[in-house]
Design a protein around this ligand. Structure first.
Ligand code: ADP
Ligand code: MG
Length: 306
């Protein structure tokens, strides 16, 4: 297992009498794109502000690469690159000149590193055009290049897809993934849009009213990494359920000769063997692949997400 880059333990934020964030615990590891999904007002920006030391915690603890963000701020923040609001850019300078300018203010940023950052975010020759000629997507890439100049271990982006068109979102997704893999960075992205999180992230935590209500592995990793809902089509559903339950596997009727249960791939195959050995005909097994959207609506009780 990779070391943990960010650890949040029982983080609580109260403002006045209101509890804005309620005992939030999370871990992030290098190389993963982590989605922080929640409706507007659920507490995403507040959490991020605490992660980057812009706001104090009422209770709990956040450590970054082992350093406490409040007690060891300088050390902790040195591992963080973040775009919380619009990054400051000089519009009359080229992208490259902007990066040079910021690079000079940070220790250890060489021109070679600037070149690498430009390549990671895929700016190509446009880096030598003036920033005022850039599209929003281009400016965002420049902001990202700037945020990773000092080789952070954690990159935090608050609602980065806001204002981007679908093509821009696709590009963002591609270079965030590349960034996570090539630089082994943990990327923390917040959004209120499910569909985007589903495309962008390896793992998603859902926050509502300041509480973490669910956490899921999504995308390609989900298939093998965790148990998921499996549907078995059988000839005798009642008997099959009896056999499963007797063997310690909870299962329920799913209609039309189907039974549903939670299992990972290996377990699914074992249960199939068990059923067949007991004389049940198994006509088919498939994963009940609910979209994250369905899951999100399920856990938030169908509340609007706008
Ligand atoms: N400084 C503050 N004082 C009082 N309430 C705040 C403050 N900042 C945020 N809130 C409240 O905390 C809740 C969460 O806000 P926020 O973290 O901005 O949510 P999100 O980023 O998920 O939209 C909201 O109800 C908001 O009104
Ligand atoms: Mg916000």
């Amino acid at each position: 297992m990779e070391p943990i880059i960010v650890s949040m333990r029982e983080v609580t934020k109260r403002i006045g009498k209101r509890t804005i964030i309620d005992r939030l615990s999370l871990d992030l590891r290098p190389g993963e794109v982590f989605g922080f999904l929640g409706p507007n007002g659920s507490g995403k920006t507040t959490t991020i502000r605490m992660m980057v030391g812009l706001m104090s915690l009422s209770e709990g603890e956040i450590t970054i690469n082992g350093y406490n963000i409040e007690k060891e701020y300088e050390k902790a923040i040195s591992y963080v690159g973040a775009i919380v609001e619009n990054p400051e850019m000089y519009k009359y300078l080229t992208g490259y000149q902007n990066l040079l300018h910021y690079g000079r203010m940070m220790p250890g940023v060489t021109e070679q590193r600037i070149q690498e950052a430009i390549e990671v975010v895929g700016m190509g020759n446009r880096i030598h055009d003036k920033v005022r000629t850039y599209s929003l997507g281009m400016r965002q890439r420049l902001g990202l290049a700037q945020a990773i100049l000092h080789r952070p271990k954690l990159l935090i982006l608050d609602e980065p897809t806001n204002g981007l068109d679908p093509a821009g979102i696709r590009e963002l997704r591609d270079y965030l993934r590349k960034l996570a893999k090539d630089e082994n960075i943990a990327v923390f992205v917040s959004s209120h849009l499910l569909s985007e999180m589903e495309l962008m992230c390896d793992r998603v935590a859902i926050i509502q009213n300041g509480k973490l209500i669910d956490e899921r592995i999504i995308g390609e990793q989900r298939e093998s990494a965790s148990a998921s809902r499996m549907l078995y089509e059988v000839d005798q559903a009642d008997k099959a359920m009896d056999i499963l339950v007797t063997n310690g596997q909870p299962a329920e009727a799913a209609g039309n000769g189907h039974i549903a249960l939670d299992a990972d791939r290996e377990r699914a195959a074992e249960l199939n063997a068990l059923l067949v050995a007991a004389g049940i005909k198994v006509y088919g097994i498939r994963r009940d692949s609910k979209s994250l959207e369905d899951q999100f609506l399920e856990v938030t009780g169908g509340e609007s997400i706008g």
